[in-house]
Write a protein that binds this ligand. Structure first.
Ligand SMILES: [Ca+2]
Length: 326
């Protein structure tokens, strides 16, 4: 029986050592078909593994954790989430953290002046005042508060920050998108620039103008074109500092008022990082209610020759002169 099967079946399993004889007496090697069979098995196994591991047929696909999912975003206080910009070639400035301000004198200040900009030049104070129909650019004698020279803006303009650059004075307007440029000596208007958004504070570092707009942003501007060259976002840690108002450039730092705050914030101009805060709570004059929402601290001027800082506020009757000792 077995011999009959061997003869009839083309490849009997027990015919070794490697050759089978068919029913016509011809010998055949068993190795080529065995190799083909093994190769077919390997290919089948590899294909099956590949299909299963790819997630088909309901197999669970391995997923990587979303590293952003559990990050709590900081409270920015502002819907604008534009990240701060820091060009690679921005200057790196080492800034002193500690400083001391001591009161030198209290000078009279025009209580009718809604102070929006303040800057010092050669013993005199330049001031910008706001409100429609009564905005001005003025030159003030510090010791007396007397207005020595004045230019009134047209009633549709609300004066804001000022800065002296070269022999020019730049003056922002609040929502009129206009910057006036005057001759420093005569206050004669020479030209205007337009810009997007609001104008709040203005200062300069001798190269660029720096402009705030009430947001955490400070724009660095080409004084010849008024076009932005870079922008910083003011941040204290992860929190953006908004309502940045009147500005002053002091020893490589930007000092800024914040609308409604009794603190001056010191800012690194390279990256917008907050260096420190100056508590001016004790400088609110007795004529002004500490909780007055409008007549607030606003106005910083700096005399680099004497290292003195002048501060005042909107409708404040006094101007404080402070000695800065680093
Ligand atoms: Ca200023």
């Amino acid at each position: 029986m077995i011999a009959a099967l061997q003869r009839k079946i083309f490849f009997p399993c027990l015919a070794l050592p490697g050759f089978l004889t068919d029913n016509r007496g011809m010998k055949h090697s068993i190795y080529p078909p065995l190799l083909l069979f093994c190769l077919a098995c390997c290919l089948t196994c590899m294909a099956g593994y590949s299909i299963l591991s790819s997630g088909c047929f309901g197999a669970k696909k391995e997923t990587l954790p979303d590293t952003n999912a559990n990050v709590t975003q900081p409270d920015t206080g502002n819907s604008d989430t534009t990240p701060p910009t820091k060009p690679d070639d921005s200057p790196v400035i080492e800034l002193p953290v500690q400083l001391k301000l001591s009161l030198v004198a209290v000078h009279p200040h025009d209580a009718q002046a809604f102070t929006q900009g303040l800057e010092f030049y050669k013993g005199k104070l330049y001031e910008s005042t706001g409100h429609y129909s009564r905005s001005t650019l003025r030159l003030v004698e510090i010791a007396t508060g007397k207005v020595l020279q004045q230019h009134s803006l047209a009633r549709q303009y609300f004066g804001e920050g000022i800065t002296l650059f070269g022999d020019k004075i730049y003056q922002l307007t609040w929502q009129e998108k206009t910057c006036f440029v005057y001759d420093r000596e005569t206050f004669r208007q020479e030209k205007t620039f337009t810009y997007p958004g609001e104008g709040w504070g203005l200062t300069n570092d001798g190269t660029h103008l720096m402009m705030s707009d009430g947001s955490p942003r400070i724009r660095f501007l080409n004084p010849d074109t008024f076009q932005p060259v870079r922008v910083i976002d003011v941040r204290d840690g992860n929190k953006r500092v908004t309502q940045i108002n009147e500005l002053e450039y002091i020893h490589g730092e930007i000092w800024a008022n914040m609308l409604g705050s009794k603190y001056i914030v010191r800012i690194n101009p390279a990256d917008g990082r907050v260096i420190g805060w100056i508590n001016c709570t004790n400088f609110v004059p007795k004529e002004i209610s500490p909780n007055d929402p409008e007549n607030v601290l606003n106005g910083i001027a700096f005399d680099a020759e004497t290292n003195r800082v002048y501060i005042t506020g909107k409708h404040w009757p006094v101007l404080y002169e402070l000695q800065l000792n680093e």
